[in-house]
Design a protein. Sequence first.
Length: 108
Amino acid sequence: AFLAGLLEVIPTIGPTLSALPAILVAWGVSPTLALATLALYVLIQQLENNLIVPKIMSQEVGLSPLVVILALIAGFRIAGIAGAVLSVPAVLLIEIIINDLYKPHYRK
C-alpha cells in the first residue's frame, strides 16, 4: 500500500509498477490470487482515474467533470502524458481569456 501511494505520483506507469510486487507475492500463494489481485488493481485504477480524479479536479478548478475528462483525453491524445498534465490548466486559461474578452461586451 505504501509503495502504491508512493508510485501514484508517476503518471501511467506508477500504478502499474506498484501492482507488480503485490501480484508477484500473490502468485507465490496461487495463480488465482494473482489474477484476483490484478483485477482489483485494475478496478481501483479505473474508478480513481475515471470517477474520483475528475470529480475532485472539477471541484477544485470549477469546471464540470465532463470538461475535465474531455480535456484530459484530448491533452493525452495530443501530447501524451505532458498533454494530460497540462490540459486542465490550459482549459482554465482559455476560460479566463474568453471571460475577459467576451463577457464584458455582453454585460452592457
